[in-house]
Ligand binder design. Structure first.
Ligand SMILES: Cc1ncc(COP(=O)(O)O)c(C=O)c1O
Length: 391
């Protein structure tokens, strides 16, 4: 008899992350000699600022900088986040209590879910939306209900429709504006309605805000809405805005009473970030408008070429979308985005993310990441033009 240990049944509610399996498939294709172009993943290919890297190097060279760090991050990092929120979003936050640095906002989603949700609770997640909301919340034993977003409604939740549900057990509603994967933005009027909805139904809002600086004319924090801090916390991250995805630096921000349970959980699960990362993050957070303008110039040029690629695929899209992706609707001759994605991978060795991985409301869509040089998109266009069995 072979030795067998069964995994915990709680894992039955999640599958291996889509990109974890897809990247293995792409690596296998590449190993077999097929030069796959990966237009799928939102991992910035650009570098952090020189000042950030220099700060990392200088700090790492100091022998005394390699010890464990405080669970709440160094005061300088919390102050840097506070200054960043004040300067860019006009939000006042107390560095002593209203800012908790995180090893990326992805881990923060799990920490928040574990700190607040349990069996018997309901949590609301966007469909389409970032898949980690579903996975993290389902692992807590809570019931995960999606709220449908539609193109017709500007990818905003229909709060009137949502209020018709029994919301008595709903504890947390996850929102994410600017929205991934659709690139939709929410305006102040919507956030005000959302605040009132949360107050009426006693729901804690969690806004996941990693994309506010990418191709967005008006970077905003939901916490800037008057009264929002009463009912909401926000996640932010240096992964996309500062090209630091591999560094794993983010923060959860909001009233101390909301952050305290998150720290209780987090401090039992991980430890403070490596000090040189924190010191370098302080430098990154000091980046000014010139830095963001430089990044956006590059993303805007890439977006233009990706729009051409979408035109070639006969997909339709909103030219004003934010974030580091282009989200587009596939023509009706395809069953869904999966069919088009499979066809392009098979015929042209180009990987494009099918929108359905973000939820059923994304089925008719595909998503292309802007995290690649223009030459890669041009090569993809050439391949599709010359090697397809009919688009
Ligand atoms: C909407 C959204 N939230 C959170 C994350 C995770 O970001 P981080 O690198 O901060 O964990 C991502 C990454 O793709 C994302 O798209």
């Amino acid at each position: 008899m072979s030795f067998h240990i069964s995994p915990a049944s709680r894992l039955e509610v999640v599958k291996e992350y889509y990109f974890s399996t897809k990247l293995k498939q792409i690596a296998a294709l590449k190993a077999s000699g097929i030069p796959v172009l990966n237009l799928g993943i939102g991992s910035p290919d650009l570098a952090p600022s020189d000042a950030t890297i220099q700060a990392l190097v200088e700090s790492a060279q100091k022998k005394e900088n390699h010890a464990y760090q405080a669970y709440q991050g160094i005061p300088a990092l919390r102050t840097a986040f506070a200054n960043f929120y004040q300067k860019h979003y006009q939000v006042n936050l107390d560095p002593n209590g209203e800012i908790l640095p995180l090893i990326g906002s992805k881990e923060g989603i799990m920490h928040i879910a574990m700190a607040y949700l349990e069996k018997g609770d309901i949590t609301l997640i966007p469909n389409p939306g970032y898949p980690t909301y579903q996975a993290a919340c389902a692992l807590t034993g809570a019931e995960v209900q999606s709220y449908e977003l539609t193109e017709a409604n500007g990818w905003l939740p229909d709060l009137v429709e949502l209020a018709k549900r029994d919301l008595s057990r709903v504890k947390i509603m996850w929102v994410n504006y600017p929205h991934m994967p659709t690139g939709a933005q929410a305006n102040v009027a919507f956030f005000e309605k959302l605040r009132d909805f949360a107050l009426t139904h006693s729901i804690l809002l969690v806004n996941d805000n990693p994309y506010s600086f990418i191709l967005n004319q008006h970077p905003n924090s939901m916490l800037s809405i008057p009264g929002m801090k009463e009912v909401a916390i926000e996640l932010n991250s240096l992964s996309k805005s500062h090209n630091m995805a591999g560094w794993r630096i983010g923060a959860v921000l909001g009233q101390q009473k909301f952050l305290a349970p998150i720290l209780t959980f987090k401090s039992n699960m991980d430890s403070g970030m490596f000090l040189p990362l924190q010191e370098a993050a302080v430098k990154a957070l000091e980046s000014n408008e010139v830095w963001f303008a430089q990044q956006n110039k590059i993303y805007a040029a890439r977006q233009k070429v990706v729009f051409q690629l979408m035109d070639l695929l006969e997909c339709s899209y909103d030219p004003n979308q934010s974030g580091m992706f282009v989200w587009a609707k596939v023509p009706s001759k395809y069953k869904d985005g999966y069919e088009l994605s499979d066809k392009i991978l098979d015929e042209n060795a180009v990987f494009i993310t099918p929108g359905g991985i973000f939820g059923s409301q994304g089925n008719a869509y595909i998503r292309i990441s802007l995290c690649a040089p223009i030459s890669l998109f041009e090569t993809a266009i050439q391949r599709i033009k010359t090697q397809s069995n009919g688009i």
